[in-house]
Design a protein around this ligand. Structure first.
Ligand code: HEC
Ligand code: HEC
Length: 237
């Protein structure tokens, strides 16, 4: 990440500007947000938003088979932005839009703070060269510049574990969900990304690359088993 940051300072300055709120001014959090959010997650808000856990799971880990995303440990600012985007329609989902419309500003803030407070992933951040024979790993770490596709980790952070409030983690997210999102940018049903950053990436990916990269990030925590983390630390720069 640091090496890439030095190679593309202009891009990163733009991204940092987005991350610090040029495109999205996050809400002011309140002290009782987490407990209030937990109640909404478990029981709904009594105003039309049903219990989030009925789909996103008791621990917020989602469901791979149905494509319900993991919310646990995602940044609060990102989650809150998504709920606003569903409400306003720049992100379309027949399932989530009615719930987002039923949540008040306070509810959105509380439930986002609650899911952000749950344990997320803690992957190693040491840089390790990509294996050219592994197409998915190469795309994640080096991109596919022949098709003008930057490395995913350049924005999503080392091992795709997310950066700040604007760039969500991809590692450990369900493959079915990741695939659906990349296709949503291609078909226009998700059009909520600042400066079309993700649309331009998704449009250039082939169907095969979408399949490979989604499976890669979904299985990344297992690939980085304790043993391979030790190896990588030894070889790290
Ligand atoms: C009936 C099932 C269901 C329920 C109940 C539900 N969700 Fe979802 N949620 C989904 C699905 C399906 C998606 C993916 C939609 C898409 O493709 O954009 C999703 C996506 C999301 C996302 C976007 C995640 C990301 O990584 O961008 C957020 C945030 C979210 N839900 C929050 C909530 C909250 C908060 C509640 C409770 C108030 C809730 N959901 C209740 C099914 C559900
Ligand atoms: C130039 C920066 C940038 C690059 C490069 C980039 N992304 Fe993203 N990505 C973003 C931003 C910003 C978002 C969040 C958009 C929003 O606000 O909803 C995002 C969101 C996503 C999401 C949705 C996650 C969720 O929880 O819903 C997926 C999936 C994704 N990116 C996959 C990729 C893949 C795969 C690559 C590499 C092929 C990639 N991204 C490269 C900036 C980038």
């Amino acid at each position: 990440m640091m090496r890439m940051a030095m190679r593309a300072p202009g891009l990163l300055v733009t991204l940092v500007a987005i991350g610090t709120g040029a495109a999205w001014v996050g809400p002011a959090w309140a002290a009782d947000d987490v407990p209030r959010g937990e109640t909404i997650a478990q029981q709904g808000n009594g105003q039309g938003a049903i219990a989030c856990m009925s789909c996103h799971g008791a621990e917020g880990m989602g469901n791979a088979a149905t494509g319900f995303p993991r919310l646990a440990g995602l940044p609060a600012g990102y989650l809150s932005k998504q709920l606003h985007d569903y409400r306003e329609g720049s992100r379309q989902s027949p399932v989530m839009q009615p719930f987002a419309k039923a949540l008040s500003e306070d509810d959105m803030r509380a439930v986002s703070a609650y899911y952000a407070s749950l344990e997320g992933l803690d992957l190693p951040t040491a840089y390790q060269a990509a294996d050219p024979a592994d197409e998915a790993e190469w795309l994640a770490k080096r991109g596919d510049w022949g098709n003008v596709i930057p490395a995913c980790n350049q924005c999503h952070g080392p091992n795709g574990q997310g950066v700040g409030e604007a760039f969500p983690p991809l590692a450990g997210q369900h493959a079915s969900y990741l695939k659906a999102q990349l296709n949503a940018w291609r078909n226009g049903s998700r059009a909520n990304d600042p400066n079309d950053l993700m649309k331009s990436v998704a449009e250039r990916l082939s169907d095969e690359q979408i399949g490979l990269i989604s499976d890669y990030y979904a299985t990344l925590p297992e690939r980085l088993s304790t043993a391979s983390i030790a190896d990588k630390k030894e070889g790290a720069q």
